[in-house]
Design a protein around this ligand. Structure first.
Ligand SMILES: *Cc1c(COP(=O)(O)O)cnc(C)c1O
Length: 221
């Protein structure tokens, strides 16, 4: 099957409440063009040095989602054009994105990345840290970022129960935040969970954004 066929097959079987972020990291511009030509517009990249040349070469109506660990000193390179930063994992990073966004007169949509996996090395906030940030009004003072939801990655395991459990906890925390702090805010609406191997579970647990790479583009070298 071609990239376009795989992408269409995935999209045709999704509920209308779920959008696909086509994760194109490590794949060529020509692969992205194949997906673009069949109407896909949301792409995810995890490295700044890879995203910049792709942004430069490709059509400007692509909505780029940054999904990797982002260093503060690289924020300025992506803020001029990025649509959403899904992997915000510290207050320092939030402040830096806000500062750069102000300079470029842009409003950047962000997701807070939450640590839900068992592995220690995965980045992200803990639930209490996020609730504190919101309660203490830290986010309100950042005028040029728009918190639109949460992102998380399940443990790297084939135990379906564990993956489901991790997604379920995050989905429940997301709904708690929505009800407690964002019930009047329609833009707080995204729960980014699910990758190639676990997105069907994530959708059952309430995902609105699935980040799918290898299932669309093939394996990465
Ligand atoms: C690479 C990556 C994905 C896509 O992974 P696949 O297993 O290829 O679908 C999704 N989310 C993040 C944060 C990634 O780094």
């Amino acid at each position: 099957m071609s990239i376009a066929q795989r992408l269409n097959e995935i999209k045709n079987n999704l509920p209308s409440s779920v959008q696909v972020v086509a994760v194109s990291k490590f794949h060529k511009v020509s692969a992205i063009e194949e997906a673009y030509e069949v109407g896909h517009r949301i792409f995810g990249e995890s490295r700044v040095q890879e995203l910049i040349p792709k942004y430069n070469e490709l059509p400007k109506d692509i909505q780029w989602h940054f999904i990797g660990h982002l260093q503060s000193n690289k924020v300025k390179f992506i803020v001029p054009f990025v649509d959403m930063i899904e992997s915000v994992d510290s207050l320092k990073l939030l402040e830096e994105i806000n500062r750069e966004a102000k300079k470029f007169d842009r409003y950047i949509k962000i997701l807070l990345q939450i640590h839900i996996a068992q592995e220690e090395h995965k980045y992200g906030f803990h639930f209490e840290e996020v609730e504190d940030l919101i309660k203490l009004g830290k986010l309100k003072s950042l005028s040029h970022i728009k918190l639109v939801g949460l992102m998380g990655m399940a443990s790297f395991t084939d135990k379906e129960d564990q993956i489901r459990n991790e997604f379920r906890k995050l989905a429940s925390f997301y709904r708690h935040l929505k009800a407690s702090y964002f019930s009047e805010d329609d833009s707080f609406r995204e729960l980014s969970i699910g990758m190639s191997d676990d997105y069907p579970i994530a959708i059952e647990e309430g995902s609105t954004l699935v980040r799918i790479g290898s299932k669309i583009f093939g394996s990465r070298e």
